[in-house]
Design a protein around this ligand. Structure first.
Ligand SMILES: NC(=O)c1ccc[n+]([C@@H]2O[C@H](COP(=O)([O-])OP(=O)(O)OC[C@H]3O[C@@H](n4cnc5c(N)ncnc54)[C@H](O)[C@@H]3O)[C@@H](O)[C@H]2O)c1
Length: 331
């Protein structure tokens, strides 16, 4: 049995990972500081679900290093899955200091805490954002990642090089998981698929950047959890993996799926590209397939349906027709 500490356990990915690890029989404990980047009531609701299992979430900041060390020691933690971070590309333009605090200072705090327990393995969230302005697709882990398009991507790249230094210096086992646009039930309200759903339901216009031509490699949460669990089980000395669906989808097609699922037309406010954004993300998952057995199986059509079902029940929306037809050609 593994004994796992998940940082950011009240967050979207941390919550799902905690559910699955507990279900398979691992011991799980979480930590989170429940920040207000998006409505924290969603985080408290996730905490309530976990509490019933029971999986406890300690209310604390990752920068409180001694507290992190105490948790690792008290619960004899074998693996730290570090997901706590300031996420979001747009927020990094207006609030850069949040990224320095959680993603840089916070990351060093986690590295230092793990260093005190050399047998503890660290698995942490990186991001497709590290590929930044790269033009070659699909993005492979061997590709250069020295041109981030925003501070968020820059902090995630910094995490990877800092983790390498700790592996080199202290032999710490470190695995980076570059997640690609994760979506699903209990998801993040700041992300486009969630925001669009809320706005379509409220008859509000949605801002569609780059005139809907941006593509994202949307990856369903259960596939991400399976890839993350495989990385925990591998416990590699020092590796980086892409976890993405290997199937980029345009924003226009995402909106069509939401319209079908909600049986409602979106009011689209077509806008130019936003600063800090990239036109496409697309994961090369050959290495993850080979070493982690990673095989994403949930299509966007299926995954959006599951998200909308959850959205309807969570937000107590009156019954919707959630029939989604076959995929239309958009290319
Ligand atoms: N969701 C995605 O599409 C995606 C894509 C790429 C990478 N990631 C990365 O995956 C990880 C999890 O993302 P998520 O979508 O679950 O985000 P999330 O915002 O839902 O979860 C992150 C959690 O970390 C907590 N947190 C932030 N700073 C903290 C600190 N200093 N101390 C303690 N807790 C802190 C927040 O309160 C939040 O609950 C993040 O590192 C994110 O950058 C996510």
């Amino acid at each position: 049995m593994k004994r796992i500490l998940i940082t950011g356990a009240a967050g979207f990915i941390g919550f799902h990972l905690a559910l699955h690890l507990h279900k398979r029989g691992d011991f799980v404990i979480g930590l989170d500081h429940f920040n207000t980047y998006y409505d924290p009531s969603l985080k408290y609701q996730r905490q309530q679900v976990l509490q019933k299992l029971p999986v406890h979430i300690a209310h604390m900041d990752i920068r409180d290093r001694n507290h992190v060390k105490e948790l690792i020691a008290k619960y004899e933690i074998t693996h730290v899955v570090h997901l706590a971070a300031q996420a979001g590309v747009r927020h990094s333009i207006s609030e850069p200091d949040d990224y320095v605090a959680s993603n840089l200072q916070g990351f060093v705090s986690i590295l230092e805490a793990c260093r005190a327990f050399p047998k503890t393995k660290l698995i942490y969230a990186s991001s497709s954002s590290v590929y930044g302005l790269n033009k070659k697709t699909p993005f492979a882990v061997e590709d250069k990642t020295d041109q981030p398009a925003n501070l968020y991507g820059a902090t995630k790249k910094a995490n990877e090089v800092m983790a390498h230094a700790y592996h080199h210096l202290y032999g710490l086992s470190v695995t980076a998981l570059r997640y690609f646009t994760v979506y699903g039930p209990w998801g993040r309200p700041d992300m486009a698929y969630y925001r669009f759903t809320r706005q379509i339901c409220a008859n509000e216009p949605i801002d569609v950047f780059n005139h809907g031509l941006m593509k994202r490699d949307f990856t369903y949460i259960d596939d991400i959890v399976n890839g993350t669990m495989a990385a925990i089980d591998l416990g590699a000395p020092c590796e980086i993996f892409n976890l993405g669906n290997h199937c980029p989808i345009s924003l226009t097609y995402l909106i069509q799926l939401l319209e079908k699922g909600l049986q409602k037309k979106a009011i689209c406010n077509m806008l130019p590209m936003q600063p800090g954004e990239v036109t496409e993300t697309y994961a090369d998952i050959e290495k993850s397939q080979k070493l982690l057995g990673f095989r994403p199986i949930v299509s966007l059509e299926e995954g959006i349906l599951k998200f909308l079902e959850w959205y309807r029940s969570y937000h107590k929306i009156s019954p919707l027709q959630l029939e989604i037809g076959p995929r239309e050609s958009i290319d």
